[in-house]
Design a protein around this ligand. Structure first.
Ligand code: PLP
Length: 285
């Protein structure tokens, strides 16, 4: 049985209980982060800590603890659960104010803080890397502040189910004829020598992996354009791929049934994946 962290204590998962009045449960009033673990070390913890602070600030939620304390909890859970490869989920909600009310409760209401691990042995060697992913396009019907990493994940869940029903691995979401991002990842195409991905704004999550991969791409003298692109452009691209903390860089080989490029994983995605994994392992803590 896993050990989880709840409001300052480590305990077996079946003893961790949250109130039915918790605003995370009643109103999806909460934020989260997912940090990967490779070889027992945290990948880009700093990036996730900075985005967490931003999500909390945007929702006027107070930060329950310092970055150093959070790091310690992450490390302790890795140790207690003997995680070599996997993910750590951190969930923070606005807590239980007593009565259900739309208004935010007073600032001194204790937030609910939960961390848990998910082991994923060999996650850097996923077989999908060899075959590539198939994606479908679906309308982006999420709310307008996708840059805040909230626990409102119902539409992404629906998107994953639509993809599954269509025999695909994931869905890329479309708004005003342009792709925003994947249901749980950022989306990229490659045309010629240029990597194209949507620019940051309120309409996509500011991926921590995205920031690192674009930095490595520029350092390797690859050209990067941050702008919206269409489904037709994706289908006519030489390559496509996604990035996320748990998938790293993963090739995409088909969009709405049309092969992208050769229909096999391409060299740019493969190179970026290698650089990302090498560099991230070097700086893991
Ligand atoms: N976009 C969405 C909608 C996501 O849910 C995620 C990750 O969960 C990402 C992008 C990728 O972000 P990161 O690289 O920080 O994992």
């Amino acid at each position: 049985m896993r050990t989880v962290y709840l409001n300052g204590e480590y305990m077996p998962e079946d003893e961790a209980k949250v109130s039915v009045f918790d605003r995370g449960f009643l109103m999806a009033d909460g934020v989260y982060e997912v940090t990967s673990v490779l070889d027992g070390k945290l990948i880009d913890f700093d990036g996730h800590a900075v985005r967490l602070q931003r999500s909390l600030d945007e929702l006027e939620m107070r930060h329950p603890s310092s970055k150093e304390d959070l790091l310690e909890v992450h490390r302790e859970l890795v140790r207690l659960n003997e995680i070599t490869d996997g993910m750590i989920y951190l969930q923070i909600t606005r807590g239980n104010p007593g009565d259900r009310d739309f208004a935010y409760p007073p600032q001194d209401t204790a937030p609910t803080v939960v961390l848990f691990t998910q082991a994923k042995p060999g996650m850097a060697d996923s077989p999908l890397t060899k075959t590539g992913m198939k994606v479908i396009s679906i309308p982006d019907q999420r709310w307008g502040r996708r840059d805040i990493k909230t626990v409102q994940l119902l539409y992404p869940s629906m998107g994953k189910m639509m993809a599954k029903a269509a025999g695909a691995d994931d869905a890329w979401m479309v708004e005003d004829d342009h792709i925003t991002e994947g249901t749980s990842n950022n989306a990229y195409i490659v045309k010629g020598n240029t990597i194209v991905t949507r620019q940051l704004g309120h309409d996509i999550l500011h991926g921590i992996t995205r920031a690192a991969v674009l930095r490595f791409a520029r350092e390797a003298q690859m050209s990067v354009e941050e702008r919206p692109f269409t489904v037709a452009e994706a289908q006519a691209a030489d390559e496509a791929f996604i990035t996320s903390a748990s998938m790293f860089v993963m090739p995409v080989v088909e969009m709405d049934g049309a092969a992208i490029g050769s229909g096999a994983p391409g060299p740019v995605a493969a190179r970026l994946r290698e650089i990302y994994l090498d560099e991230s392992r070097k700086t893991a803590i």
